[in-house]
Design a protein around this ligand. Structure first.
Ligand SMILES: Cc1cc2nc3c(=O)[nH]c(=O)nc-3n(C[C@H](O)[C@H](O)[C@H](O)COP(=O)(O)O)c2cc1C
Length: 325
């Protein structure tokens, strides 16, 4: 998710789930081909399985960027056909490509020919006045003819006129039924659903209709939810990872990155929601927000925040014990 997730965030999420596939934020093909690649798409080996999401609409450039992504070691290359931001509209990529399904298919054919790893599409139901039964199915069918087997569908339209990118993630109504019908009518394709899923129970309910789910905001704001994914979605017995365990597992990575000069806040900013709905969550957030941003901040800030959570938890347990008859 652009401006939110990055490699530090993915490593944190990987401490919570071994099985979920992680995606980069969208990086334009132009940037991958001409920019500072290590900074833009470098990642840590622990992130696997990890997909690189590209933005663009030029088949040759996308093919080149996909090949670079494969050489970097990514497990999948995904094309963004869902982002509605202004930057994206002017560059003719993202959601506005829902209007140009043949062009998307040409891009996917070029990317598929350039790499051996899977190439996938993330799209919307349609944009503006499009009829989703036509826009979604046409895009999927043309891309399937070009060799794409996996589609992640954000189950709402994007309204390119008059809504901000943020509003475009809440205002156009969700239509899960349309995505379920896509799977029912195209059973050979892997169809994953995205949009508005806030709990693992909601995600599990979706698996009765589609092949997979993608979580965006819920995973970012409540990362502890990912600690139950391997057990509850993938059926790996005993695989739950708690927030304290995740911090322990993340700590060596943080130490390594701090030693390489990364600021503490670049990592802790992704951890703010880790203890949400648990005692001490507010102190955790406050210490990490205020103290981690100070120059020279190191792991002692993390320790202080952990102590605050531990003591709030002990207080809550004492309180519960006293309340028992
Ligand atoms: C800050 C932000 C940045 C996003 N950036 C991307 C992006 O780079 N690529 C993409 O495919 N979707 C992006 N999205 C959309 C999400 O991936 C997802 O489709 C959308 O938020 C709906 O799913 P959710 O309700 O689970 O969050 C972004 C969403 C947010 C909130």
């Amino acid at each position: 998710m652009m401006d939110w997730t990055d490699r530090h965030c993915r490593v944190l999420h990987r401490t919570l789930t071994q099985r979920a596939r992680l995606y980069t934020e969208m990086v334009t093909a132009q940037a991958v081909v001409h920019g500072d690649r290590e900074r833009l798409i470098g990642f840590d080996g622990v992130e696997h399985p990890v997909a690189l999401q590209l933005g663009g609409s030029d088949p040759a450039l996308l093919a080149q960027a996909a090949r670079i992504g494969e050489d970097f070691g990514y497990d999948e290359i995904n094309l963004n056909v869902g982002c509605p931001s202004d930057r994206v509209k002017s560059g003719s990529f993202g959601a506005c490509l829902m209007r140009e399904p043949q062009r998307v298919a040409d891009c996917m054919a070029a990317m598929g020919a350039a790499v051996r790893i899977p190439t996938t599409v993330k799209c919307r139901l349609g944009v503006d006045e499009q009829d989703p039964d036509i826009s979604l199915f046409t895009l999927v069918d043309l891309c399937a003819q070009a060799g794409v087997k996996t589609f992640i569908v954000h189950a709402r339209k994007a309204w390119l006129q008059g809504l901000s990118p943020k509003e475009n993630r809440t205002v156009p109504p969700l239509d899960y039924g349309r995505v379920h019908r896509l799977k029912a009518q195209r059973p050979d394709l892997a169809i994953l659903i995205n949009g508005g899923l806030e709990t693992l129970d909601q995600a599990i309910d979706q698996l009765a209709f589609v092949d997979g789910v993608m979580l965006g905001r819920a995973a970012y704001h409540t990362p502890a939810l990912l600690g139950r994914v391997d057990a509850e979605l993938f059926g790996v017995a005993g695989a739950q990872v708690g927030a304290f365990e995740a911090v322990d597992a993340y700590r060596p990575y943080m130490a390594r990155k701090l030693a390489q000069g990364a600021p503490l806040a670049a990592m802790t900013r992704h951890m703010l929601g880790l203890f949400n709905a648990q005692p001490g969550a507010r102190s955790w957030r406050r210490i990490l927000t205020v103290d981690a941003a100070k120059p020279g901040a190191g792991l002692e800030v993390l320790d202080r925040a952990l102590s605050a959570v531990a003591s709030a938890r002990a207080d809550a347990e004492d309180y519960l014990l006293q309340a028992l008859p």
